[in-house]
Design a protein around this ligand. Structure first.
Ligand SMILES: [Zn+2]
Length: 462
């Protein structure tokens, strides 16, 4: 080999190294820390306890199932590029029809069968998973819990409580993680962060990050019965495609990989799988609990699947056939199971009423807050959890607010339980608000949630 040739090869090698190395000018979104009362161990423990609960209550496919193995394989390719503190990720598949996915503190991630069935290519599926991984990276659930607890108690007491953390003690402080719990409902700020980190993870794993935004947009456009649950847990921060695109532009152009042969095989397999609806899953969990909602609602009062329609002057709503309606077409209305509702009080079910704001031209936002203040005057311990969210009801813009209060239902020790109240406000006639409060003791709320969501979907404001 001549000297000339050697120099040439050295330069060529140098150039190749330079081109292959990631250039520092292409920045990644840096994970944020934020205030968090949970240590790493507590984060892991909280996630494991919640995961055990999910495994008990939901139809989770076994770890050896081919669909699960595929999701775990895809997940490992993505988590290899997860930034920040490293967590023991574990992916599982829930045989549920609604398109959704959720991440528990410290690494457990669940992907619904409906999501796999709806993904048109591997990058779309990877997008949902990268987004969930980002919620783990950012520790969004325990940060939200910390925020809420800071409102309720001083940080020292909180620290002491967490120091001897068991699921029962956390629950006593009103903290629970799991599908549909308060702290699993993400704020729009959390959603933007998860989209940005998800974009970087996708890019680094070789998938086109735009597929993540495409899937969310497609889901929103299609609407339908299987999409809304995702947006209830992962509210749209607005212009998802735009912010993904902006992040992609900070990264070097590259060619992305297409779907794998495994994806095609799995798609074929899942087409033939009958996934359960949220309502079917709730009914099964209720049966396992011994014919009652946590032992309080008699089996006969568990919401039946067939519905009746109630016509009010201001709205029309469908409700489970075996539930009762108190009120008439001109008054406030309570709808719920016989032992959970009366003319004047409600422990289980929905209250529907009308509210006249001070200023009849107030925007929905301001009118909703005025209503909240007035509700708090009669329920002093009622607290808002998280942010209010924009949702669509009956084709119009509405607001959704999560609240906690004290339930009239006592626990096994005779102590009052925490109640969960889900407030939805819809613009009514003459500047009034029509509002619904879906009510249940916290421990039973998720069992009734699919029924409540179905009632809201069927609501028509006149
Ligand atoms: Zn999310």
């Amino acid at each position: 080999m001549s000297a000339h040739n050697r120099i040439f090869r050295t330069i060529a090698l140098f150039l190749a190294v330079c081109l292959a190395a990631p250039l520092p000018v292409f920045a990644r979104y840096r994970p944020t820390q934020g205030s968090n009362a949970f240590s790493r161990e507590q984060e892991l423990q909280a996630g494991q306890e919640a995961s055990a609960d999910v495994l008990k209550k939901m139809p989770v496919l076994p770890d050896g199932d081919p669909v699960t193995l595929y999701i775990q394989h895809l997940g490992a390719q993505l988590t290899a590029h997860a930034p920040g503190e490293q967590w023991p990720y574990h992916f599982r598949v829930v045989n549920q029809k609604e398109i959704n996915a959720f991440a528990l503190p410290g690494g457990p991630i669940f992907v619904n069968m409906g999501t796999i069935q709806a993904a048109d290519n591997e990058a779309e599926l990877a997008g949902v998973m990268a987004h969930e991984i980002s919620h783990v990276v950012q520790r969004h659930a325990t940060r939200a819990a910390t925020k809420q607890m800071n409102v309720q108690m001083p940080l020292q007491i909180l620290g002491a409580l967490l120091g001897r953390s068991t699921v029962g003690q956390l629950a006593a402080a009103g903290i629970s993680f799991g599908a549909g719990s308060y702290f699993m409902k993400n704020s729009r700020q959390n959603e933007s962060e998860a989209d940005l980190i998800g974009t970087d993870i996708m890019y680094d794993a070789g998938y086109n990050p735009r597929a993540m935004a495409d899937f969310f947009t497609k889901l929103e456009k299609e609407g339908g019965a299987n999409g809304p649950q995702f947006f209830s847990d992962h509210p749209n921060p607005g212009n998802r495609a735009g912010s993904v695109e902006k992040e992609v532009r900070t990264l070097a152009a590259k060619s992305y990989r297409g779907s794998s042969a495994e994806f095609a095989q799995i798609k074929q397999r899942v087409v033939g799988i009958k996934a359960l609806t949220a309502q079917e899953i709730a009914a099964q969990a209720q049966q396992q609990q011994g014919q009652s909602v946590k032992g309080r609602l008699p089996a006969a009062e568990f919401p039946s699947r067939s519905v009746r329609t109630f016509n009010h002057n201001l709205f029309q709503i469908s409700y489970p056939e075996n539930w009762r309606v108190f009120g008439d077409k001109t008054s406030s209305v309570n709808i719920g199971p016989a032992s959970g509702v009366s003319e004047s009080a409600i422990a289980y079910g929905v209250l529907i009423s009308d509210f006249q704001p001070e200023n009849q031209n107030a925007p929905l936002d301001a009118a909703t807050h005025e209503l909240l203040n007035s509700l708090r005057q009669s329920n002093q311990d009622m607290k808002q959890v998280g942010h209010d969210e924009d949702i669509r009801v009956s084709g119009i813009n509405a607001k959704s607010v999560d609240l906690i209060a004290t339930s009239p239902v006592k626990d096994a020790n005779g102590q009052p339980q925490r109640e969960r109240d889900w407030l939805v406000t819809v613009p009514g006639r003459n500047g009034n608000l029509t509002y619904l409060v879906f009510i249940a003791p916290d421990s039973d709320f998720n069992t009734l949630r699919p029924t409540f969501e179905q009632m809201l979907r069927a609501l028509r404001v006149k």
